[in-house]
Design a protein around this ligand. Structure first.
Ligand SMILES: O=C([O-])CC(=O)C(=O)O
Length: 165
């Protein structure tokens, strides 16, 4: 089975139902993201990156094995450059990532919408990011009022984002 087919076969979790089941065991990210990928519902163990207008770490991480994980990128909320475009997103699909959550911007949103990948981001900008490699991998990241640690489970759908505390 291809990585894309595996992603598609994982059962779609509805975040509202999950919240009703587990309540305050889960933190809900109040910042409003757009659902931009071909998969509207996605979940998996978290990997993290913190970077600012530099996407070299995003590219190299998504070029490695995803094993069904969700990459959470804390781009500091910057909408000034795109941290992922369709080529990087295609490599995420090929490498078995379930999805990417970007506290920042993407580009190539029409192509990203056709991919077998979950993608949430604040918006889009055609301007590319730097490629120097500045940033950190698998550190705790803070998105709005929620701290997200590498290794916890995350669930995303059009209603929002839930993470294990
Ligand atoms: O290379 C970049 O900065 C992002 C991009 O355009 C792509 O992933 O296609």
């Amino acid at each position: 089975m291809t990585a894309a087919a595996e992603n598609q076969s994982s059962p779609a979790v509805n975040t509202a139902d999950l919240y009703d089941e587990r309540g305050e065991e889960l933190a809900s990210v109040s910042l409003q993201f757009q659902s931009l990928g071909g998969h509207s519902h996605f979940s998996g163990p978290v990997r993290t990156i913190r970077c600012f207008q530099d996407n070299a770490l995003v590219k190299s991480t998504l070029a490695g094995p995803g094993n069904g994980a969700v990459l959470v990128v804390d781009g500091g909320g910057s909408l000034g450059t795109a941290l992922m475009g369709d080529m990087i997103a295609e490599s995420a699909v090929a490498n078995g990532w379930a999805g990417v959550v970007i506290n920042g911007a993407v580009r190539d949103r029409e192509a990203i919408a056709r991919l077998e990948l979950g993608v949430k981001a604040l918006g889009s900008n055609p301007r590319k990011s730097a490629k120097a490699g500045a940033g950190e991998v698998d550190v705790d990241v803070q998105i709005a009022d929620v701290t997200i640690r590498a290794g916890v489970m995350i669930w995303c759908d059009p209603d929002g984002i839930l993470v294990e505390r």
